[in-house]
Design a protein around this ligand. Structure first.
Ligand code: PHB
Length: 425
């Protein structure tokens, strides 16, 4: 749909998300009414694997996160913030003491699956949370879906998990890769330039983000000056050839998505080649998020980005969260920490609602769907049709604020739910 024809972007987001969809509707639309669920090879006679799911004893939460490679800081931020939230509520929910078992997935789907099996079948966790990389998340989907185990994704944005491969057993507290990018495409066309060069890592998330951005940008009349540049993932290697290709294409604007170590590599090279301040950089907010900004330095100045949070969002929950995180870690909070914090709260609120009983997975799913609270990002609520969070999207600008680089909010694009299909990128 042409973004210009929508009444308002805020309404557009709402229209795609009918509230009050019942659980039955969700299951039907996911094509998995009872009886059609393919039983996983490990299903036991009683229909569940692992012993996790109980009413007493410690509440075991498995964490699947990268603690190595280019997204290690993302995994650490999510972990720190989850623990911080749980500490703040006395490490207890629904009358049960919280026990966290964390595993390093690296960025490898096969390692992710192996660690998931270990958490569910050996450690007998009550539920699993985490997952940073889209590739790892997609690799886990069938295991959790077929075995009816709960997975709460705290970062990985793979669109397909909210679309063709959505599952009642999978929730996402972070974003779909479409969410920050589609609103940004229209904004960039109106406010920055009409001709773009796009660059992203060559894996699921890179392709999702580019397609969300281009869908709205091109619908407005925007043009791409060259084929999208997809760089090696996870290690980009020498960024020089990629930046040279951009220079030679002479675009009026560059759009990119990078994160963690790759964001630092790309943005620093962008500065070293003299592109900062010369060709405007518009990006998915992760590229210049607070975890990487200190290393990117002035090369990031002026970058405009779309994201569902900013360090300086002024609301009571964000002020308390950012202060507590700085106190605990000595660092500014970042969007990944914020997502970890909200994930912990979703777990706490739903577990309290079912009085710590994880043995009835349907009851727990209902409790998670109903969770709504003031988050550092604004109101937190799930879209019942997809189990993906509904996000308000902001445009931020990297500015020097009292001698430090931060993302300053310069526009509020409103509320967006993932469309639930591929019609808009
Ligand atoms: C993803 O793989 O889905 C992903 C990774 C890092 C980000 C955002 C999305 O910052």
């Amino acid at each position: 749909m042409d973004p210009r024809t929508t009444t308002s972007k805020r309404e557009e987001g709402r229209r795609t998300t009918p509230r009050g969809v019942s659980r039955r509707t969700f299951i039907k639309s996911a094509g998995i009414l009872a009886g059609t669920v393919a039983a996983g090879p490990l299903l036991s006679a009683c229909g569940a694997i692992g012993g996790g799911g109980g009413t007493s004893g410690p509440l075991k939460i498995g964490l699947l996160l990268p603690y190595s490679d280019i997204y290690a800081v993302l995994g650490e931020s999510i972990t720190d913030a989850m623990k911080m939230y749980f500490e703040g509520i006395g490490n207890e929910v629904g009358g049960r003491t919280i026990e966290i078992i964390a595993e390093d997935t690296q960025l490898k789907p096969d390692i992710g699956l192996e660690k998931a099996r270990k958490l569910v079948e050996q450690d007998e966790v009550d539920l699993v949370a985490g997952v940073v990389s889209s590739g790892v998340a997609v690799g886990l989907r069938d295991y959790f879906h077929e075995n009816k185990k709960l997975l709460i994704i705290a970062n990985a944005g793979a669109n397909v998990l909210t679309r063709a491969k959505k599952s009642p057993y999978i929730f996402r507290t972070s974003f779909s890769n479409w969410q920050p990018n589609w609103p940004l495409g229209g904004w960039a066309y109106e406010n920055v330039a009409k001709k773009v060069f796009v660059s992203a890592p060559d894996y699921g998330a890179g392709h999702d983000m580019v397609s969300g951005f281009l869908n709205s940008f091109q619908a407005m009349g925007g043009e791409i000056v060259a084929e999208p540049q997809f760089t090696p993932f996870p290690q980009m290697g020498d960024p020089a050839p990629f930046i040279t290709e951009i220079q030679q294409a002479k675009p009026d604007m560059v759009y990119c998505f990078y994160s963690g170590g790759a964001a630092v590599t790309f943005v620093k090279a962008y500065g070293e080649f003299g592109l900062t301040g010369d060709i405007p950089l518009v990006c998915a907010g992760f590229t210049v998020e607070e975890d990487v900004l200190p290393s990117e330095g002035d090369a990031a100045l002026g970058a405009k980005s779309g994201l569902h949070w900013a360090l300086q969002l002024d609301n009571p929950t964000n002020n308390a969260f950012t202060a507590a995180y700085k106190d605990k870690t000595g660092k500014d909070a970042n969007v990944f920490a914020m997502q970890g914090y909200d994930t912990a709260r979703v777990i706490a609120e739903s577990l309290n609602a079912v009085e710590g009983n994880t043995s009835d997975v349907d009851q727990l799913i209902g409790a998670i769907e109903a969770v709504e609270f003031p988050s550092p990002r604004g109101t937190f609520k799930f879209d019942p049709a997809t189990h993906n969070v509904i996000n308000n999207v902001y445009v931020r600008d990297v500015q020097n604020v009292d001698g430090e680089l931060h993302n300053v909010v310069i526009d509020d694009l409103g509320e967006f739910a993932d469309p639930g299909d591929d019609s808009k990128g």
